[in-house]
Design a protein around this ligand. Structure first.
Ligand code: ADP
Length: 265
């Protein structure tokens, strides 16, 4: 099933008929269409290998070989639009400013010796002054509960702290959309609760790829279910995740908190 394409002017994210394959490989995404409204939180669920990471990477052009040019792009229909801005070679810098991307593994994201340098990298890259960048670093570290961590080595932090430093680096660029790849994996319960609280306070739109369906129940307004590169279902969180037959069909389980609600398929 494909969610019908809504060409709302006010969409924070619009994906239209997106298909993709890695060079020499089979189709990984097939004819995907959906929108995300401003402020909406979407859970992107599905079995491993479904294409969730690949889909997220299209939202800020992390797959550069796939970026269309405006001129000459097939039918000139952009496949991904962020705040009415088509993702294309000419717009990629602005798109990356607007879409904050969190990698599943913080070690893929952190590359500076200190927390300060890592979180300041984005704001400095955007052309902010040293003072403005320092302020952004202070504010975004405070927002993830790591005030005062500036001088710490990124190598000497727990996994949960490294994930929060990554998120601070994302927040420091003041994005309007968060694309988060398995943000809760490997976190202990307290770090997981902390991160849920941080994400609940974020005012923009979010799309969160995760296997942690209890968090999806807690956090997400709507769910997209991806399997074998196709969007199989989309709708309000409880409707999708409490559908036992649908979940089983796609290698998932009704999350604990929704068991006992309706289980028809
Ligand atoms: P998910 O995030 O749902 O686990 P992925 O997007 O990581 O799914 O992977 C979807 C499919 O694309 C898988 O079959 C995976 O092996 C393949 N894939 C992922 N990354 C690459 C890559 N860089 N090159 C080739 N194939 C890839």
């Amino acid at each position: 099933m494909t969610e019908s394409t809504v060409t709302s002017e006010s969409s924070a994210v619009r994906v239209e008929r997106l298909s993709f394959r890695y060079p020499g490989g089979p189709d990984v995404l097939t004819d995907i269409s959906f929108t995300i409204a401003p402020g909406e939180i979407i859970g992107l669920v599905g079995p491993s290998g479904a294409g969730k990471s690949t889909l997220l990477q299209h939202l800020n052009g992390l797959l550069p070989s796939q970026l269309p040019n405006f001129v000459g792009h097939v039918s000139n229909v952009p496949h991904v639009v962020i705040d009415n801005l088509p993702v294309a070679r000419q717009t990629i810098a602005e798109v990356r400013r607007r879409v904050g991307f969190l990698f599943q593994d913080p070690d893929d994201q952190l590359f500076c010796p200190t927390v300060f340098e890592d979180v300041a990298f984005g704001p400095l890259n955007l052309g902010l002054s040293d003072d403005e960048a320092r302020q952004r670093v202070r504010d975004s570290l405070a927002s993830v509960g790591l005030a005062g961590y500036e001088p710490r080595s990124t190598l000497r932090l727990s996994l949960g702290e490294r994930k929060r430093v990554c998120l601070a680096g994302v927040f420091a660029c003041q994005p309007s959309v968060l694309a988060l790849d398995e943000p809760f994996s490997s976190l202990d319960p307290r770090a997981r609760r902390t991160l849920i609280g941080i994400l609940k306070r974020f005012p923009g739109s979010q799309i969160i790829a995760t296997h942690d369906l209890d968090v999806v129940v807690d956090l997400c307004h709507r769910v997209l279910l991806l399997d074998a590169g196709q969007l199989r279902a989309a709708g309000p969180t409880a409707d999708i995740l409490s559908n036992a037959a649908l979940m089983e069909r796609h290698g998932l389980e009704v999350p604990w908190r929704l068991r006992g609600e309706h289980t028809n398929g």
